[in-house]
Design a protein around this ligand. Sequence first.
Ligand SMILES: [Ca+2]
Length: 454
Amino acid sequence: MLSWPYRAMALAVLIAMGGMALGAGAVRRPNLLHLHADDHRADGLRALGHPVLKTPHLDRLVARGTTFTRCYTQGSMIGAVCLPSRTMLLTGRSWLRIPKPRERVPGIPPLPAVLARAGYETWHAGKGSNEYQAGLAAFDTSLVMNDPGNQRAGSSQRHADAAIRFLRQRPKDRPFYIYLAPPVPHDPRLAPKEFMDRYDPASIPLPPAFLPLHPWDNGEMTVRDELLAPFPRTADDTKRQLAEYYACITCLDHHVGRIFEALAETGQLDRTIVVFTGDNGLSLGEHGLFGKQNLYEFGGMHVPCVIAGPGVPQGKSDALVYLLDLFPTFCDLAGAPVPDGVEGKSLKPILDGHQKKVRDALYTGYRDCMRAVRDDRWKLIRYPLVDRTQLFDLQNDPHELENLAGKPEFASKVAEMTALLERQMRAYGDTVPLRVANPKPAEWTPPPTRPKPR
Ligand SMILES: [Ca+2]
């Protein structure tokens, strides 16, 4: 038995160690509330720099937490970018190593199973299609909330109502992990009139990289999402679609605010880490594109990522991160061991202030027609099937307006970034060739009549 002064010293050391391990203000085994929007652009909140959007509740989350400004889903081998994105999230595996929707990765339980084993009550509500079914099946409760009939406008409210009911009735002896993933602001973009009325299409600015047509064939010009707008894209139609998109986001924000109120009412706000992300981006007129089947910064793969709660500092991180990093991050926050074979990297060392970054470069891919890599400043996009390359200086050209790849003074930078891309592809088992024997002509003219989106 230690005498009093030694006991006091030992206690002080234990407290100091606890503080080091958890970060100031942190709680042991916090609740995890993951709000996962659908097709939500990386700039899709007022607090993330959007000039027109009204998102007061999520803006407050940004104000009190850490925003990862360079978060991406890694890629997609199909037009439904949602599916591999959500599978990566719940398996921690990279895009070419994910399982089929109803299968598990041998040796890696899905994220909810890992958290359940660590003592968490796991609860999901969200869309059922283009989701990782084996992951949803591992939740203690999984509510698949497909919109009845044409009632998409009420989707945000129905999802929030379900989450609030759970918060009020849940077992109080365990922390919770909520995965709330409504199909919002995915099309059809419908919100109640009070939200639609808040955006006048005439006063919506066009996106910075708006073009009537993409200048050449990127290999995926008539996929479903690209057929949601006329060719060539018009200012009026684009503004109308943007107004609808913003109305859906403001409606989502309103109901997220109700969830935050319920957290406060039930005494859980200071025990809950809230994570807000989107599953993929959306072009909505940028570069002449409308979908998520491309690798531009304000296009398919770049997503919002905000983490706020006890022990999480206020600020911004420009670390290069993937959505699949959330798997080990959630494990770390919950005190659960990260299963071997998870490829994501925990962001907790960044939140704790121990690290500035988790990787030096970040690569993305789409089918066999696009590959991209970026570092802190430069980004290269390669289109093997039409033998085109783009090089952007993101520091001076964040909207990717000027392609530097053809300029002789950037030839060595193109070679350097191509080599970086090849190394990244090797690391992730990606064998798609960056050059093909007989590339197609890159010129493209839109179909004379627009096919119906499937
Ligand atoms: Ca999506």
